[in-house]
Design a protein. Structure first.
Length: 124
């Protein structure tokens, strides 16, 4: 009886060892690499000017500039999204009579600027 237990244990141990070896030989699945095409700089600049114009319109009706979340919550559906790859957009209104819209690059770019800026002078 004891010999049967030893044989079963040895068989289970050999099966586990073979399973580990087979598991290690299986290829590791990888996610497909996505290739992003960088947005045209002219499109990014147009988006920034559109955001600057929205700030100027808001200033005309309320008398002060607001942050991005307040501007978007105002219900203006014509605003561009949060960015175009590799840039993301951010609006800052540090004081009530000034604002700046910045597009910052997410990745290092060879032939593009790291940031593009628009302010109230760009809104025209």
């Amino acid at each position: 009886m004891r010999r049967l237990h030893v044989e079963i244990f040895a068989l289970l141990l050999a099966a586990a060892f073979c399973g580990i070896i087979l598991w290690r030989l299986l290829p590791v699945p990888t996610l497909p690499q996505t290739v992003h095409r960088a947005a045209a700089l002219a499109d990014v600049e147009a988006d920034l000017c559109q955001l600057a114009r929205a700030e100027t319109r808001f200033f005309g009706s309320t008398g002060h500039y607001v942050s991005e979340t307040e501007l978007r919550s105002n219900g203006d559906s014509s605003l561009p999204g949060g960015g175009r790859w590799p840039y993301y957009y951010r609006i800052a209104a540090p004081v009530s009579d000034r604002f700046v819209v910045v597009a910052t690059a997410q990745d290092a770019l060879e032939d593009r600027p790291a940031a593009v800026v628009a302010d109230r002078t760009s809104a025209r």
